[in-house]
Design a protein around this ligand. Structure first.
Ligand SMILES: Cc1ncc(C[n+]2csc(CCOP(=O)(O)OP(=O)(O)O)c2C)c(N)n1
Ligand code: SF4
Ligand SMILES: [Mg+2]
Length: 326
């Protein structure tokens, strides 16, 4: 039986600020996991450090709150040990694109079958609003004494150039759209990156809900009215991100080029949705091809002692044979 959203919630105290975009992402994850049709023990959440890093505490599955920037290596290790697990890693823009940048970059080369959701708010929320790698040069959110001296990086463009096979952007206040993106990412056989625009109302007064959605105050009445939203959905503009034939290099080049152009859009128009998707052998399949014993039984499923005698049954001879170079 599929899980219900309420079964995926926990009772632990939530200390995110009122109005934080993180709540929308948490709701979307709850809804997506319920939509998977799996049980709790079949799902594992991993995170780094930050406001975003607390997320696994409020999801009633296996959960691992790891080290700053290190959610990905933990998540990848778990997936390789137990390929049947649904593995989702979450973290902040500082966590993933700053201190964890080497893991972010190199994960594209491996195409491990996990989903990585980045809470992108332009600041280090937990440590009081320092500029994160996605804050643009010259911007001065209220938490900074002076405008940001650094340029921003562009995680979606980095992902595209690093071999990522599913690249998407969501918006935390469009929960249903984000839920669908997360489900698509989890069902993609390979590494799925979902960068989520996530307003931090406490420290970032620039990239706010009002800014993303074009909400303005009517000069006469003072009422909040919708102007021109910046965020728009790619799928509604007829954009097709999916490479139909990965062997067709012309098609791959075309789909990558159009995705790259989308990664450059920012300011008045900000695309959300899937930018790029391609089928490529995932890392589990590559290992199984090289190590036939891994294909038969994954490390998590290996019996390592006899219940009756308590004696070890571990025999690593087949594994060593796989490694033998002849
Ligand atoms: C090794 C290490 N360096 C620095 C810190 C301090 N620190 C904790 S969270 C954080 C930044 C978090 O920012 P981000 O990843 O954007 O997450 P957010 O809080 O915005 O969700 C920093 C620098 C730490 N915990 N560990
Ligand atoms: S500091 Fe920002 S990101 Fe952190 S909980 Fe508060 S509003 Fe959310
Ligand atoms: Mg952040």
């Amino acid at each position: 039986m599929a899980l219900e959203v309420k079964e995926l919630k926990t009772d632990f105290h939530n200390d995110w600020c009122v109005g934080c975009g993180d709540f929308g992402i948490l709701n979307a994850i709850h809804m997506a996991l319920a939509g998977l049709g799996k049980q709790r023990h079949e799902i594992a959440m991993f995170s780094g450090i930050g406001c975003s890093g607390k997320t696994p505490h409020w999801i009633n599955t296996y959960g691992f709150h790891t080290l700053h920037g290190r959610g990905l290596p933990f998540a990848i290790g778990a997936k390789l040990a137990n390929p049947e697990l649904t593995v989702v890693c979450v973290g902040g823009d500082g966590d993933g694109y700053g201190i964890g940048a080497a893991h972010f970059l190199n994960s594209g080369r491996r195409n491990v079958d996990i989903t990585y959701i980045v809470f992108d708010n332009g600041v280090y929320g937990l440590t009081k609003g320092q500029a994160s790698p996605t804050l643009h040069r010259g911007e001065k959110p209220k938490s900074l004494p002076l405008p940001n001296i650094n340029d921003n990086n562009n995680p979606l463009a980095v992902a595209l150039c690093s071999g990522y096979t599913f690249i998407a952007r969501g918006y935390s206040y469009d929960v249903k759209h984000l839920k669908d993106l997360i489900l698509r990412g989890i069902n993609h056989k390979g590494f799925a990156l979902i960068d989520v625009l996530q307003p931090c109302p406490t420290y970032n007064n620039l990239q706010t809900k009002e800014w993303f959605e074009g909400i303005v105050e009517d000069e006469e009445t003072g009422a909040r009215v919708k102007g021109n939203p910046r965020v728009y959905k790619l799928e509604e503009s007829g954009y097709d991100p999916v490479v139909k034939n990965p062997a067709n290099l012309e098609e791959v080049e075309h789909k990558m080029s159009q995705a790259f152009l989308k990664t450059q859009e920012w300011g008045d128009r900000i695309p959300i949705g899937v930018l790029y998707q391609i089928d490529q052998p995932d890392y589990g399949a590559r290992i199984a091809q090289r190590m036939p014993s891994y294909a038969k039984v994954s490390p998590a499923k290996m019996p390592f002692y006899d219940l009756a005698t308590g004696k070890t049954t571990t025999d690593i001879t087949p594994l060593l044979k796989d490694f033998q170079v002849v």
